[in-house]
Design a protein around this ligand. Structure first.
Ligand code: ADP
Ligand code: MG
Length: 627
């Protein structure tokens, strides 16, 4: 019979550390939170080797009294709580008093601190739990913590650390969250001596968004504010056009603390319902302010989750506030009943092919200026000859530079160049009258679907899905045969990325090279793109690269190479294919239909959605009660 033993303190510390400290980013998170609690206005973070060798965090906060230094490393020692009741009105980031103890138990830590009102400071070392004596320290006011050789005494844990790039990525994410939550805070991050981020105190939230996620996101933001109340939601949401392939750009904060919450992520998605395709995610930075006693922040070891006293109230507030804001931009789903003030969705009407008038009065959303403008757009026949720019840009219509090994027969003649792309310059008369509707050609409707007659009935093709399929097959074939034609850029293109993405791109360098995307490290968070597949020729190269990044950063561990290649092919095809909304010229339509016949599987896009629907003659006859 095994006997029960009290575990020695070092083991207890390691167990506790196991919950809180998983990787360098966890250390950075705890140290940053301590600095914020100390009232710091500037925090500098330095890392070596993704933080596995060294993490140094220096702040200008309130410091620690020399006598208290040893206590800082003791478990359950904190200056932030006094009574158990305080646990239910936490206003600081930390409160459990276990972070420094945990870090000190699994690394070699040097803690140096000087309260601003003291002439000198003091320092103390903690090596795997062993404390040194307190010594004087002559640094400037504030606190510096140096953490070296993380997990030096826990080899099992060390083995779980990922590559430098991955660990750096996690740290960047931690810094991003903290920087978004603390406007007015000056933050810097250096990695191996190179500056990765510098967030000035003056950078407001939109500037911070731009800094971490790029100017394209910043330019599409709408401010939200639910107005004063016991629970208040403020922040920024992005236009649906800014959607992503994963929910990573959905940031939630409560009382300045980042947290994750599937239900609130769902509330955000619900607010965008009808504005995003399936599998696409909204971008939003949501800040909740609630009375401290109405949220429990002590429910998760790393405080990554919280519990609201009134969960459903918060859910409705998020959904309604975001939805109302989208409505103000006239961004309501086109096939849904109008949204009422509370933000609740009206009865599900679905796509109405019965032509009865809608049951509810139609409001702004359905007849918005934007929509009217769209409806007043130049009719298809007027632009048939010139509207195909996007399609040509995507390489749908082969040009003289088409690859010599192209298995497709001679390309159709490209229409003559026309006036500039501005709608005003478009000729009113069709230069290429639409050919009669017959097999081999098709009618484009809503700039999205091609309708054509087949011997069995009527076929409706999703132009994007089909083109995506065709490009995907061409790319895959050429990659397999090692014949992918690659175009070298005369001047390699520097592409600025969020640090985490830059790291992921460089890590997937080999797989990307097989796809003709050659990338190299340009320093900072910039990668240099020096080639791209000719097949995707006229889509801007950086756009093709950005298109594949989403996938690289979704998965925690790097995906298997085959799966990665396949996914990247599909993503590249998707990025480069004509979109719904692209007007096609008759030549482009004919070419697309021709390629369709050569495709191995012309029925499904690479994501498995159908590319076409057949309405059989019989079905039509039956619907019209002919039989
Ligand atoms: P907690 O943050 O939960 O209190 P920690 O182990 O992280 O626990 O820190 C223990 C104590 O050390 C804190 O309560 C605080 O008093 C002090 N401390 C830690 N870091 C700093 C810092 N950067 N500036 C000032 N005081 C600090
Ligand atoms: Mg702490």
């Amino acid at each position: 019979m095994p006997r029960i033993r009290q575990l020695p303190p070092q083991v207890v510390t390691k167990i506790a550390a196991g919950e809180v400290i998983e990787r360098p980013a966890s250390v950075v998170k705890e140290l940053l939170e301590n600095s914020v609690d100390a009232g710091a206005t500037r925090i500098d973070v330095e890392l070596e080797q993704g933080g596995t060798e060294l993490i140094r965090v220096a702040d200008d906060g309130c410091g620690i009294a020399a006598d208290d230094l040893p206590l800082a490393f003791a478990s359950h020692a904190t200056s932030k709580l006094e009574t158990a009741d305080d646990l239910f009105r936490v206003v600081t980031m930390g409160f459990r008093g276990e972070a420094l103890a945990a870090i000190g138990g699994v690394a070699k830590v040097l803690l140096q601190s000087r309260p601003p009102d003291q002439p000198t400071g003091a320092e103390l070392r903690c090596d795997g739990g062993e404390l040194s004596a307190v010594r004087p320290w002559g640094g400037s006011p504030g606190t510096r913590v140096e953490v070296r050789h993380l997990f030096f005494n826990v080899p099992a844990r060390k083995k779980f650390l990922k590559s430098v790039a991955t660990e750096l990525g996690h740290v960047c994410e931690t810094i991003t969250r903290l920087a978004l939550a603390n406007p007015g805070l000056h933050l810097t991050l250096k990695h191996n001596g190179k500056l990765v981020y510098e967030v000035p105190a003056s950078a407001a939230l939109p500037d911070r968004v731009a800094l971490f996620f790029g100017g394209e996101v910043r330019d599409k933001l709408y401010e939200i504010d639910s107005g004063p109340g016991p629970v208040r939601l403020t922040g920024l949401i992005a236009d649906p056009a800014c959607d992503r392939g994963n929910p990573k750009l959905q940031y939630l904060f409560v009382n300045g603390r980042w947290f994750r919450d599937r239900s609130l992520g769902h509330a955000l998605q619900e607010a965008y319902r009808g504005l995003l395709m399936t599998g696409r995610y909204a971008v939003g930075f949501l800040f909740l302010t609630v009375p401290p006693d109405s949220v429990d922040v002590n429910v998760h070891p790393t405080k990554a989750e919280v519990r609201f006293r009134e969960n459903s109230l918060v859910y409705s507030l998020v959904r309604a506030t975001v939805k109302a804001r989208l409505l103000r931009e006239n961004l309501v789903p086109k096939l849904q009943a109008p949204v009422d003030e509370t933000g609740d969705r009206g009865p599900e009407t679905g796509p109405t092919w019965d032509l009865r008038p809608p049951a509810r009065p139609v409001t702004a959303g359905l007849f918005s200026p934007r929509r009217e403008a769209a409806e007043r757009a130049v009719p298809p026949w007027a632009t048939a000859a010139v509207g195909g720019e996007p399609a040509r840009a995507a390489g749908l219509v082969p040009t003289v530079q088409a690859e010599p090994r192209d298995p497709e027969p001679a390309p159709p003649v490209e229409p003559p160049p026309t006036a500039g792309p501005s709608p005003a310059a478009r000729p009113a008369e069709p230069a290429f009258p639409l050919p009669p509707l017959s097999s081999g050609t098709a009618l484009q409707v809503h700039d999205a679907y091609l309708v054509l007659e087949t011997p069995d009935g009527m076929l409706v093709i999703d132009q994007h899905a089909l083109h995506e399929r065709i490009l995907y097959e061409q790319l895959r074939r050429r990659v397999r045969e090692g014949k992918l034609e690659v175009q070298r850029l005369l001047i390699p293109e520097p592409i600025d990325l969020p640090a985490e993405q830059a790291a992921a791109v460089l890590e997937a360098r080999d797989a990307l090279a097989e796809l003709g995307l050659e990338v190299s490290d340009f320093g900072g968070n910039t990668v240099l793109l020096s080639s791209y597949p000719t097949l995707l020729s006229r889509r801007p190269p950086h756009e093709v690269l950005r298109g594949v990044i989403d996938h690289l950063v979704t998965k925690d561990r790097p995906p298997a190479k085959e799966a990665l290649l396949d996914h990247l092919l599909a993503t590249m095809a998707c990025k480069a294919a004509v979109k719904a909304g692209d007007r096609l010229t008759p030549e482009e339509i004919a070419h697309l239909l021709h390629l369709r016949q050569l495709a191995e599987d012309s029925h499904h896009c690479p994501h498995g959605r159908p590319t076409s629907l057949l309405f059989s003659r019989q079905e039509l006859d039956r619907q019209f009660r002919r039989i």
